[in-house]
Design a protein around this ligand. Structure first.
Ligand code: GLU
Length: 421
């Protein structure tokens, strides 16, 4: 397949390899594969801002829209030092399969800026967020491409995006962005949605493998919005969280960690570092400690051929996008004792509630939190059951089953619409 050379790198290669496996399984003819896999549009922008010291720095930004067959594109914006167009494209492609699996009327998109947001002051962060959105104005819109948070961005950044877009339109266009603060047109339950979704699916997987949640143990890698909410929600279901980590530190205690205190510390200081001198642990080693539930909720490619044979859990719940490499997948295939909840299912709670936010904004009719959570669980339940059925019927891994539903949905939509012109 001739994926244009603008996309490269290990994350893009991973998305491509996953797609090829599923395309083989679905018997998609070779000449049709590029039409489904290669992103429709990509935009690269340079974003200059004035620094607090008066100097000027230019940051590189991107946005990739994977397909526009089912509706607008949808996906987060990532602020991280290693962001490049290949990674953003892979994340956009995964968003497509994720939205299709959940039955949302979207194609996938993703954007990002190569910047460590922690290296910016609040004023610089606002300037960069606004400049990025200003550059994106011809490319996005509530019926074209709807942004959301991802790693390194949050509700405040979404509010700046929405305000910048709206100021240029001369009216408030809240639906151009989801994951906004509730007071700026966001929905209740969006911030917690991804972590809550992870916890819901862990409960369903636990039922499948007959694991009693009360007293079960969990390790969570990544203590941002996804990891911390998943940990708190699982803890309230009786799970003992024995390990957590982020970019700054890792803590491990077989007796159980105080998740509320850790969460408060992170809220106060921005990172786990400095929480305590006790229980400090090697972050790499954390992933291979024995536990019932292992939740990678940080970055891509952390479960690799090096550690896939060593992880010791019953449920692997992928809160992050792309945490498991195809090489690791091949190892996990021979470890049927581990139930994998693949990323495009496991972390779909975020985009599902983003969809609810978009729908509420378009209708100007707002739901209460019970309705949001109830609809979230019902949507996840449907996806979980569809994946389980496909695993059973086609003898696939949970990942290949989930991906094949996503790819198949996009394929069928493209086939019925036909080729233009
Ligand atoms: N960035 C999130 C994801 O990777 C959420 C996307 C959205 O809400 O549109 O799923």
């Amino acid at each position: 397949m001739n994926a244009s050379s603008i996309y490269s790198g290990p994350v893009f290669a991973m998305a491509r390899r996953q797609f090829e496996t599923v395309a083989d399984h679905l018997d998609i003819p070779t000449d049709e594969r590029s039409r489904i896999f290669i992103p429709k549009r990509a935009l690269a922008v340079s974003c200059p801002i004035t620094r607090d010291d008066g100097s000027i720095t230019v940051f590189q930004g991107y946005r990739v829209q994977h397909h526009l067959t089912l509706g607008p594109t949808k996906g987060g914006t990532r602020f991280a030092s290693n962001v490049d167009v290949g990674e953003v494209a892979a994340l956009a492609i995964w968003m497509s399969w994720k939205c299709a699996l959940a039955g949302l009327p979207y194609g996938g998109a993703k954007g990002g800026i190569a910047v460590d947001p922690r290296s910016l002051s609040r004023r610089e962060l606002e300037a960069l967020s606004r400049r990025y959105m200003q550059e994106m104005i011809p490319f996005v819109g509530p019926h074209t491409d709807v942004m959301a948070p991802d790693m390194g961005t949050n509700e405040q950044v979404m509010a700046w995006f929405m305000d910048t877009y709206s100021m240029y339109q001369g009216q408030t266009v809240a639906e151009v962005v989801t994951g906004k603060p509730v007071e700026s047109g966001g929905t209740v339950g969006r911030r917690e949605a991804t972590g809550r979704g992870v916890a819901y699916l862990v409960k369903r997987a636990a039922e499948t493998v007959k694991l009693e949640l009360s007293g079960a143990t969990a390790i969570v890698q990544g203590f941002g919005n996804v990891g911390s909410v998943a940990a708190l929600t699982l803890q309230s279901a009786g799970v003992k969280i024995i390990g957590v980590s982020d970019h700054s530190a890792a803590y491990f205690d077989r007796g159980g960690l105080n998740i509320e205190a850790l969460e408060q510390h992170v809220r106060r200081t921005g990172a786990l570092e400095g929480y305590s001198t006790e229980g400090l642990f090697d972050p790499e080693d954390l992933l291979v400690q024995s536990c019932d539930i292992l939740i990678p909720a940080a970055v891509e490619r952390v479960i690799t051929e090096k550690n896939a044979g060593k992880i010791q859990c019953r449920i692997l719940a992928e809160g992050a996008n792309g945490p498991t490499t195809p090489e690791a997948d091949a190892i996990l295939k021979d470890r049927p004792e581990i139930f994998v909840i693949p990323d495009i299912l496991c972390n779909a709670g975020g985009v599902i509630v983003s969809y609810f936010e978009w729908v509420q904004g378009l209708q100007q009719l707002f739901w209460d939190e019970a309705e949001v959570n109830d609809r979230l669980n019902r949507t996840l339940e449907k996806s979980f059951q569809a994946v389980s059925r496909r695993v059973e019927m086609r003898k696939l891994t949970t990942r290949d089953a989930a991906l094949s539903i996503g790819v198949d949905t996009v394929l069928r939509a493209k086939r019925t619409r036909g080729l233009f012109p």
